[in-house]
Design a binder for this molecule. Sequence first.
Ligand code: HEM
Length: 242
Amino acid sequence: MSELKAYAVWDAGTRWFHWLNVLCVIGLMAVGLVILFGRDLGISGDGKVLLKTVHTLIGYVFALNLIWRFIWGFLGNQHARWQSIKIKRGFIGTVRQYLASIRAGRPEQYLGHNPLGRLSVVLLFALLATQMVTGLVLAGTDLFFPPLGHWIAQWVAAPGIDPGLLVANAPQMYDSAAYESMREYRKIFGTIHVYGFYTLAVVIVMHIVAVVVTEIRSGSNIISAMFTGHKILSERPQDEQH
Ligand code: HEM
């Protein structure tokens, strides 16, 4: 057997993002599920507004963390950068070669993401960004929360009502025609947010299964590496830079 060697892989910026993101997504999915099935659970009116407010406050932490990660893609170490994440020409060939190495019982080892891992990270980032954008629109159109709430309130406030005082679930404060037309525009964002949630749930399960299987099959410590930052490999990694 080849010698084991430790490599510094995930920098602190990437690790903090990863675990804060995990916590936020768990919180958002849990509260989101209760909102989704609110009617069946007998929650309505003020209870639902409270849940949406809590969900949105977690959503702000989630959004800031995600934006920070997108910036870190230009500043972080080699493995945190977009250059290592983006799908490049010849990617399908790289995936085929990786799958062949798994079938042959000697999976290629990578310092950063293996080709399948890179695919799942791109998919996850796309879904998380979709949830962030649609969530911020929903928070503006439902609760009149920033960054869009200010404009939405000006759009739907009834004559004589100060838009700055508008609150959720208070139809007497809205101009009903403007409110109805705002809700029409909003619909598509709600639909994408819900389907984004279901898709994200499936991709997260796939991500966790893939990580556990890779850990077991390749014998490398990819799970603890997201805590310690270090990967211990027995083979020379495919993406080692000299
Ligand atoms: C991983 C990220 C997220 C997930 C999985 C998620 C999930 C959900 C789910 C399942 C619902 C219930 C949908 C419904 O009943 O129509 C929901 C609603 C909502 N989400 Fe998110 N969400 C995420 C991110 C965000 C963010 C970043 C924000 C804003 C900062 C946000 C704001 C809202 C609002 C305001 C609602 C209430 C919509 C309504 O009026 O029904 N969400 N979310």
